[in-house]
Design a protein. Structure first.
Length: 329
C-alpha cells in the first residue's frame, strides 16, 4: 500500500515518461557512484525496488504504482542535483560578453533589478555567473544564490534549491510553505539575496511566477540566463507573463567572441608568460576553428537565419589541442 505522502506525488512532480526517468537515474547513479541500496535509502525504498525499476522488472508494476515511483525518483534527483566541479578562475577571459554579464549581475545584486541574458552555447553565461557568485561569497559581499535549472525542474524543486542556497529549511512538500519560509527569511535580511537561475529556459510558467513573487515581496534581484528559447518563452507566453514582462529591467542577447578577442586571448595563452607572435594564417585558422552555427538565430522578421558566432568553449578546446601538440621547450 502506498504511503500517504506518495499518493499525489506523480501529479505534484509530473515526471517525464518512465524510460526517460530510468535513463536519467542510471546516469545519476553512475555520476555519483551510488548503489541501488543507497538510492533506495534516499527515497525510503528498498535497493531491490530500485534494481527492479532499472531492469524494467518492477514487481508492483501497475500504471499508478510506476508513476508514483517515477515521481519519487525524479523529485529525489531534482532535490539532490549532481554538483558540477568548481571552475578555475584562471580560465575566465575578460571579453565583452563577460563585461555585459558582470554589469547585469551587479544590477541584480546591488539594485535588485531583473535581468535576462540569453544566447547560444559557448558565450560564457554559466562560467561567468558561477564565478561572480563565488566571488561575492569569497569577498563576503551582498549575497547571491546560483541555481542551475535542470530539464524538467518543478516549482517546488526550484524553491528548495533557493532555500538550500540561502540556508533555509527545505523539509516540506508544499510550494506555499516553502515560499513562505523564503519570504520570512529574506524579510529578516538587511539586504535580500539576488537569485541567479542558469538554463532558465527550463522553467515553467508557475516557477517564473514564483520568482517574480520573490522579487516583488522580498526585493530579490533576478538574473535569468539561458538559450535563445528563454526570451522566446516570454514572448510566446506574454498573455500569462504580462506582469513578468513589465518588470524586466534589462534583456541582452550575447553574440559571442569578437575576432579581436580571439587574437588577444590566443596570443596571451600561447605565449608562455609573454605575448605570442602569431601569423595572420595562424590567427585565421584559430578564428575558423572557433566559428560555429547559431541554429536558433532568427532574422528581423522572425524566420530562421543562418548566423555564425565565435565560441569561447570552442576556443578553449582549440588552444588546449594546440598546446598538447606543441613540442616541449
Amino acid at each position: 500500500m502506498a504511503r500517504l505522502d506518495e499518493i499525489d506525488i506523480a501529479a505534484r512532480v509530473d515526471p517525464p515518461p518512465t524510460e526517460q526517468v530510468r535513463a536519467r537515474l542510471i546516469e545519476y547513479m553512475s555520476a555519483l557512484g551510488l548503489s541501488s541500496r543507497e538510492v533506495g535509502e534516499r527515497m525510503g525504498y528498498s535497493g531491490s525496488t530500485v534494481r527492479f525499476f532499472i531492469r524494467s522488472e518492477y514487481e508492483r508494476k501497475t500504471i499508478a504504482n510506476e508513476r508514483r515511483l517515477c515521481g519519487v525518483i525524479w523529485e529525489m534527483m531534482q532535490q539532490n542535483p549532481i554538483q558540477s566541479p568548481a571552475r578555475k578562475p584562471a580560465r575566465l577571459f575578460p571579453t565583452e560578453n563577460y563585461r555585459r554579464i558582470q554589469s547585469y549581475f551587479k544590477a541584480a545584486v546591488e539594485r535588485s533589478e531583473v535581468c535576462l541574458l540569453y544566447g547560444p552555447p559557448g558565450t560564457q553565461k554559466s562560467f561567468v555567473l558561477e564565478y561572480l557568485v563565488e566571488e561575492q561569497r569569497r569577498q563576503k559581499l551582498r549575497e547571491a544564490i546560483y541555481i542551475y535549472a535542470t530539464s524538467g525542474i518543478c516549482s517546488l524543486a526550484l524553491l528548495k534549491r533557493i532555500g538550500s542556497g540561502a540556508g533555509v529549511s527545505t523539509r516540506t512538500q508544499s510550494i506555499d510553505s516553502m515560499l513562505a519560509r523564503l519570504l520570512a527569511s529574506f524579510s529578516l535580511a538587511e539586504i535580500p539575496p539576488a537569485i541567479v537561475v542558469d538554463e532558465a529556459q527550463h522553467l515553467g510558467i508557475q516557477a517564473l511566477e514564483l520568482l517574480r513573487e520573490l522579487h516583488d515581496r522580498a526585493g530579490c534581484g533576478l538574473v535569468l540566463a539561458g538559450s535563445h528559447d528563454l526570451y522566446e518563452k516570454f514572448l510566446r507566453g506574454r498573455a500569462r507573463l504580462e506582469q513578468w514582462l513589465s518588470r524586466i529591467d534589462h534583456k541582452e542577447p550575447l553574440p559571442g567572441l569578437q575576432e579581436k578577442e580571439v587574437h588577444e586571448i590566443a596570443a596571451r595563452e600561447l605565449g608562455n608568460g609573454q605575448t605570442a607572435k602569431l601569423s595572420e594564417k595562424q590567427l585565421g585558422i584559430l578564428v575558423r576553428a572557433c566559428r560555429v552555427d547559431d541554429i536558433f538565430a532568427q532574422s528581423t522578421d522572425g524566420k530562421p537565419a543562418v548566423v555564425k558566432y565565435l565560441s569561447v568553449r570552442r576556443l578553449v578546446k582549440v588552444l588546449a589541442q594546440y598546446k598538447a601538440k606543441r613540442p616541449a621547450p
